[in-house]
Design a protein around this ligand. Structure first.
Ligand code: PRT
Length: 299
């Protein structure tokens, strides 16, 4: 008896990526039972296995072909690729699609009191970082010499304890830098999560599974960014109303029972729909304005 090949996807076991990744896969219709101890979770309704590992291991697992796909931050991906190239290891992969979560940036930060006068003021200084390759590439591009020490966590404490002059670490809200008396002076890399796959072509049956999964992932991403808007508008104001809709497709205009002066307008907005826009719509005579989340989108 031949068993159907199963697509293997690597995801972070626990941490900042794991919840969003799990929720994405579930919203794509995958039924999976993820318990803390189970490191290889079977999807029960599709031939897919989920391998739960540290995020820093994900790029290597995909580049070495152990996993077909992986969901990982661009920061980890780029750092690993640079490190593997340096060591002469295979560093090829395909970035199948960007994902809209885990947004952050890798920045150089200095103590508040540091007199920053531009890139040159960093020359010859020592930095604590988890991302030596990205920092090194930045230094080379800018033509400066930096010294660094590798820290896998609590990087922000390094200047205070005399381990380094500054740091190079991930920032999302900036609260950790502020709490540790540091200020951001240079953003060196911007990152979000990505879906990656092995550089070698997948066999036909695995490619078929990916061909089903990928539009679902893109549909979930698009739905997350979109809103369904319904409102009642004066018939003679339709063109002004349409102009106010952010990033919308052509609106659907529907008659309203017993009203010749009003119509219902339905649109999918792909950009943020601000309170200010709703207020402008009201000024045009619109009412019953509803802004609703969309669960899934396709086509
Ligand atoms: O799984 P593994 O242990 O190998 O990875 P990890 O230790 O990097 O895991 P985790 O869960 O901390 O981060 C996973 C991924 O989340 C990162 O590789 C990034 O792609 C993404 N991400 C997004 C972040 C942040 N935002 C983030 N803010 N990763 C870490 N941080 C840390 C940062 O290092 C700093 O200590 O949060 C602190 C700063 O946060 P703010 O909000 O105070 O600026």
């Amino acid at each position: 008896m031949t068993t159907q090949p199963r697509l293997r996807i690597a995801m972070q076991k626990s941490g900042r990526l794991s919840e969003d990744t799990q929720s994405l896969l579930k919203r794509c219709g995958l039924k999976l039972n993820v318990s803390d101890r189970r490191l290889l979770a079977h999807v029960t309704n599709m031939p897919i296995d989920i391998m739960r590992v540290r995020s820093s291991d994900i790029p290597g697992l995909v580049m070495d072909g152990v996993c077909d796909l992986g969901i990982v931050g661009d920061n980890t991906l780029e750092e690993t690729a640079l490190e593997r190239e340096l060591l002469g290891n295979k560093a090829e992969y395909i970035r199948t699609t960007g994902l809209n979560f885990a947004a952050c940036h890798l920045s150089i930060a200095m103590p508040e009191e540091f007199d920053y006068q531009g890139i040159e003021s960093l020359n010859g200084l020592r930095f604590a970082t988890t991302y030596p390759q990205l920092l090194n590439r930045f230094a080379k591009e800018k033509g400066i010499e930096l010294d660094f020490c590798l820290l896998k966590g609590s990087v922000e404490v390094a200047p205070r304890v005399g381990l380094a002059d500054g740091i190079c670490d991930l920032v999302s809200t900036g609260a950790t830098l502020e709490a540790n008396g540091l200020k951001e002076v240079e953003v060196i890399f911007r990152s979000k999560a990505s879906l990656i796959q092995t550089a070698a072509p997948l066999d036909d049956s695995k490619q078929k599974i990916l061909d089903t999964l990928l539009p679902r992932i893109q549909g979930v991403m698009k739905a997350k960014e979109s809103k369904y808007i319904m409102l009642h508008a004066p018939k003679d104001k339709i063109s002004e109303v349409s102009l106010l809709m952010p990033g919308t497709e052509t609106p659907t205009i529907l008659p309203l029972a017993g009203r010749d002066d009003l119509v219902a307008v339905h649109v999918v907005a792909t950009e943020t729909f601000f309170w200010e826009t709703m207020e402008q719509l009201k000024e045009l005579g619109c009412h019953s304005i509803l802004v609703m989340p969309i669960e899934k989108m396709m086509g």
